[in-house]
Ligand binder design. Structure first.
Ligand code: ADP
Ligand code: MG
Length: 330
């Protein structure tokens, strides 16, 4: 069953086209991620799905309900919207923030629902605290609890982790993924963070040049990117001279470019046709990133990650060492 679908969705603001011909389906129970640069229109898509933005062309359907003509009858109340800045009420305490949206419930029912969520979200000791007394991670959990309290079927998550530091971001991401799966929700996550997209999503859609250029599972996109932009978005790449193909007995073609992921690019001291000169060493904490230039193909240089540099000096000569299975053709 399809939970949300967009068909030929387009939108402009003040005659400036933001998105064109965007189509995708989100299946029930799926975490669908929209990955795109800042300003590419990700939030605008979520705002349209939740009927905050209605001046678009094309179709949005919630299940089988055509949203544009049935804003009041489509089950928009089934949508929970989680924002990057939490959007909590600063003058209400944690308990009251969560129970705020629970209309038509008795005081006792509200309290039961809130207490259950506070336990589930590891917030019970903060029940009576003011919002400003909580850390960023706790505030985000309150904002998610507030949405989960009214039992939505669909979650729209607009860069929900971007205000958290990286350790907390990882923890919250895993926690949220488990929560979505446990509750059987359908979710659209928008982000510009590739790690987030690759680790949490069932499907990823990539926005480039005002439209979605590729949709697939994280692995499909990672291993079969449709173009260089998609390849680069999901992980660092090196472009290689096409002459490399003769070494692998692969038919040369003018129509594609040859790339390899940086983490699959290695070097050796064993001589081959692809000599490289080391031109830079950058310290990156757990590893070093070294830059090398092809001696015979001066337009091409590559990045290689190495653990230690005890046998490496600027201007040293190395040779390219990659496996055929790691080549990507675009
Ligand atoms: P993203 O979430 O990918 O960063 P947005 O959807 O917020 O991008 O915005 C996409 C573009 O549309 C931006 O250039 C933004 O300035 C513009 N935009 C968004 N909403 C409006 C609006 N209500 N009026 C005018 N321009 C808008
Ligand atoms: Mg946005």
């Amino acid at each position: 069953m399809i939970a949300i679908s967009l068909k030929n969705y387009s939108i402009s603001f003040q005659n400036t086209n933001i998105l064109s011909d965007v189509s995708f389906d989100v299946k029930e129970g799926e975490i669908f991620t929209i990955l795109g640069a800042s300003g590419s229109g990700k939030s605008t898509i979520l705002r349209s799905i939740s009927s905050l933005e209605n001046d678009y062309n094309g179709e949005i359907n919630l299940g089988t309900c055509f949203l544009k003509e049935n804003i009041n009858s489509c089950a928009t109340q089934n949508i929970g919207y989680i924002f990057q800045d939490y959007a909590l009420f600063p003058h209400l305490n944690v308990q009251d923030n969560i129970s705020f949206a629970l209309k038509n419930k008795s005081k006792k029912e509200k309290e039961n629902i809130v207490d259950k969520l506070l336990v589930q979200f590891d917030l019970i000791e903060h029940k009576y605290k003011q919002i400003h007394e909580l850390s960023g991670g706790q505030q985000q959990r309150v904002s998610i609890a507030r949405v989960i309290a009214y039992e939505p079927k669909i979650l729209l998550l607009d860069e929900p982790f971007s205000n958290l530091d990286s350790l907390l971001r990882n923890k919250t991401r895993i926690w949220l993924k488990n929560l979505i799966k446990k509750l059987g929700l359908s979710a659209i996550l928008v982000t510009h963070d590739k790690k987030e997209a690759l680790s949490i999503s069932d499907k990823i859609a990539i926005i480039q040049n005002k439209t979605i250029v590729q949709i697939g599972t994280p692995k499909e996109l990672f291993f079969n990117p449709i173009n260089k932009y998609v390849a680069q978005f999901l992980g660092a790449i090196n472009e290689l001279p096409k002459e490399i193909l003769s070494d692998f007995d692969i038919q040369n073609s003018k129509n594609f470019e040859v790339i390899v992921r940086v983490n699959k690019t290695h070097i050796t001291k064993e001589v081959n046709n692809f000599a490289l000169k080391l031109i830079d060493i950058s310290y990156c904490g757990d590893y070093y990133e070294i830059s090398l230039q092809f001696m015979n193909y001066k337009d091409f240089s590559i990045l290689v990650l190495v653990k230690n540099i005890s046998n490496i000096c600027i201007n040293d000569t190395f040779y390219l060492n990659i496996k055929e299975k790691d080549l990507l053709f675009i």
